[in-house]
Structure formats: C-alpha cells, structure tokens
Design a protein around this ligand. Structure first.
Ligand code: CP
Ligand code: NVA
Length: 304
C-alpha cells in the first residue's frame, strides 16, 4: 500500500524517529545514498511560491539519483485548468511520487485520495509536516536529546505550529506556546497534540503570554504573522501581533544561550528583529539546510 505524508498524524513516533535517524546518516554520508532512487521521478505540484521546499526536494531528489519536475501554476494549474482528480490520476501513471503545496488542505487530501503514488505535503494552509520533522531533527542535532528540552513558539497559530506541536508531542519534546487571542491553533489540533504529549510524557502548554512561553526556553521559534493567502488581513494582523515579536527584551527571559529558530521566509522588524535573527544563537540556516536531509530520508522511505 502506498504511504502518504499529509499531516504528522499519518506517522507514529517510531516512523518519525526512523526518518530522523536516516536523515542523520544521509547528512553524514551523502555519497552512500547517491543513486538510491535512480530511475524514480517525482512531480512538485505547487500552488504557492517556495524557496526551501521546492529547492530542497528538487536537489535532494537529484542527489539520490532520481528526477524531480516542478509543476507550478504556470504548468498544470491544478484545480483551475483541470480537476484535482484528473491531475492525481494522470500523474500517477507517469511518476513515482508527488510533493504538493496547496492553498486548501482539502485539495491536498483529495489529491492523495485519488493518487495511487505517495503524496507528500509540502505545505497547505493547515499543515507543514516536512518542516516540522526537519525542525525537530535540528533540535536533536543541536541539543542531543528531546528529553527535558523546552521549545517555545511565539506567534501565529498557523500551519507551521500545527505540525510542529504534533511532531514535538510525538517525540517527547516539551513545548510552550503563546499566540494572540483569536489566533490560537484550532481546537481539534490542540486536542490531538495533547493526546500525543500524554502518550510520550511531554509537556504542552498554551497561553496568550509571550513572556510565559519564553521563560526558560532552550529554543525560541517564530513564523510570519501573515501567511501566504492571508495578505488581505495583513494590516489587522500586524497590529494584533505587535506584542508577539521576538526581540531583545523577550530574549532576556529565555535561558542563557537560547537558540533561535524560524522556518523562513522571515520579516525582520515584524515577528522577529534583525538583531535576534542575525545573532550568534540563530540557527535558521542550519534549520533550512536540514529540510533537504530530512526530505531525502522521507523520499527514501516512501519511494524505495
Ligand atoms: N519554510 C518553507 O517552507 O519555505 P518555502 O516557503 O520557501 O518553501
Ligand atoms: N506560515 C507560512 C509558512 C511559510 C513557510 C505560510 O504559510 O506562508
């Protein structure tokens, strides 16, 4: 049976840890895995722009000896030029896997439902599972463990947080989250993440207080205030998120040596100041690099 990665829920803790272990090996010895996916092809169906996701999957696939083809709005225009179903069924006859970035999560699910090949979510408005797996990989790489580590997230209760919260809870990484009132993550995903945290024995704390979340953080994480597709709400959001900026003042309540993460793209002066994201404790470029190692592991697991 084909396996998709649409949300973190599709994976149990063992699957995630296996992917992270393989990613570590892939990162340490690129040559050992070159050629492992020779003869395999993936399509990248993107309805929104991308730097990291597109480039890391394309180059990752190339490093594994396979082929990746970008299929943006200018190429197939999924859902506009033809239906999601027709795209899924036709591409399943040519390709071995699909990485998709959709505006609506429902389109991602429909695509996976009709495709007979693995579908990997490269971001929807609801989830960003590859980002989350790379992020927890980066945490483990930097701190050596998940146990007793506190990852704090200050910002929007969005797609990135939904997946990060679930991934952290699955592997036993503690999280403290602060979102403005009205921008909390959806109740169903909080309930799910809490059930994962209970099973792994990790802590998951949500509030509307950036200071409370940042207190004693080992790592502090944020994402943009205005996600792709929310441009019309930009002015309103910028006002409502004003007190949720990661800046020098907030960094003072974190633990000494607290690391800084951001999935990127970043808006300096909005969700994070330039002096924080460009400081010596920022690991955002390692975090971005790790997308490729983790995604290579995902491709090896799903396409082999
Ligand atoms: N973090 C991330 O997914 O970046 P892109 O939108 O550039 O792919
Ligand atoms: N939350 C952001 C993440 C970008 C990688 C967005 O959806 O635009």
């Amino acid at each position: 049976m084909k396996k998709d990665i649409i949300t973190i829920k599709d994976l149990d803790a063992g699957d995630i840890l296996e992917i992270l272990d393989l990613a570590k090996k892939v990162k340490q010895d690129r040559a050992a895995y070159s050629g492992r996916l020779r003869g395999k092809s993936i399509g990248l169906i993107f309805q929104k722009p991308s730097n990291r996701t597109r480039v890391s999957f394309e180059i990752g696939m190339e490093q594994l000896g396979g082929h990746a083809m970008y299929l943006g709005p200018g190429e197939i225009d999924m859902g506009v030029r033809e239906s999601v179903k027709d795209v899924a069924c036709v591409l399943s006859r040519y390709l071995d896997g699909i990485v998709a970035r959709t505006k609506e999560h429902a389109d991602m699910e429909e695509l996976a439902g009709y495709a007979t090949i693995p579908v990997i979510n490269g971001l929807s408005d609801y989830a960003h599972p590859c980002q989350a797996m790379s992020d927890i990989f980066t945490v483990k790489e930097k701190l050596g463990t998940f146990k007793g580590v506190t990852l704090s997230y200050v910002g929007d209760g969005n797609n990135v947080l939904n997946s990060l919260m679930c991934a952290a809870a699955k592997v036993g990484l503690d999280m403290k989250i602060a979102t403005p009132k009205g921008y909390e993550p959806a109740k169903d995903i909080v309930r799910l993440a809490k059930s994962f945290a209970k099973a792994s024995g990790s802590k998951l704390e949500l509030s509307n207080s950036p200071k409370k979340a940042a207190m004693d953080a080992d790592i502090i994480y944020t994402d943009v205030w205005v996600s792709m597709g929310q441009e019309k709400e930009a002015e309103k959001r910028k006002k409502q998120f004003r007190d949720f900026q990661i800046n020098g003042g907030l960094m003072k309540v974190t633990r000494g040596g607290c690391l800084i993460m951001h999935c990127l793209p970043a808006h300096r002066g909005e969700e994070i100041t330039g002096s924080v994201i460009d400081s010596k404790d920022s690991i955002v470029y390692d975090q971005a690099e790790n997308r490729m190692h983790v995604e290579k592991a995902v491709l090896l697991k799903l396409l082999k």
